[in-house]
Design a protein around this ligand. Sequence first.
Ligand code: ZN
Length: 341
Amino acid sequence: MILFSSDRFIEHETPNGHPEQAARGQVMSEVSRKWRETGGAVESPRRATREELARVHSGDYIDQIAETAGRRFRLDADTYTSADSYDIALHAAGAAVGTVEHSLGRGGAAMAFVRPPGHHAERDRAMGFCLFNSVAVAAAAARAAGCERVAVIDYDVHHGNGTQWMFYDDPGVLYASLHQFPFYPGTGSVTDTGRGVGTGFTLNVPLEAGAGDADYDLAMREVVIPVVRAFGPHLILLSAGYDAHAEDPLGGMKLSTAGYATMTAHVQQLADTCCEGRLAAVTEGGYDLTVLEECLSLTVKQFARGTPVFGSEIVGDTDRASRVIPAVQRALEPQWPMVFG
Ligand SMILES: [Zn+2]
């Protein structure tokens, strides 16, 4: 297990009161400092190259973000840059690529603590606090390195529209998201399953607000795990957003810290069974600073242990998951008859 982290991520500034605040970067640096003190491996990320970015972003868009260097810009309703944001976003994408290089090279798990988040950034559009789509850049790097199949699992409370559209017609990248719905950004319905030869390689589990540990656990076991197993990825990427936690100020979900531990353990166990533990996680959202600290520490510790650590017994009802799972199964059954038929 290696952690990619840098104090540089504190320097991406957003306006006062913005939830994606510099203090999140301080939490990341603090968790990483403690991790290093207990003997954990921490590496400084490099910048992603233009070639790496251009696998998922248009050249014009990369230029547009590059031109924000040294200035403050508002790119959409809630997405801002400060003087160093372009360079910091390059490091965020570079950290994500670093996790893939580590995981493919030395094996095992790796994690990148980064700001700004990335999964809302589209091919040619900044959106939802995101500049470059770091996890997508990492998935494309894995494909370029020869991985035939890469799975991206996204447990951020928001749907990762950017990641979905970037690989929507690509059967080499399976995108699986559990998210609050209806909610920002509005995409991620059950029937978004991919396009053309990519049909069946996008898996959305849209959950009503209020879903908790048992809902997420059931959705993982009934839908995400069986499809990812059948897909047989060479590497699993995790869009690690912690804003589905009950304490999060933006999300309306009820996951506990133990519930997140269980979700992470499911993903780690999947990586163990499908791809010899090759797992690369990249942070996304998570706006309660205490929760962020808890969940980041826990995830790093779980990855380092080598064996998945499930949270304490899952409690709560599964009403919200049960209402949507049959529709998800129906939507994916044509492509995965051996799973759902
Ligand atoms: Zn989010």
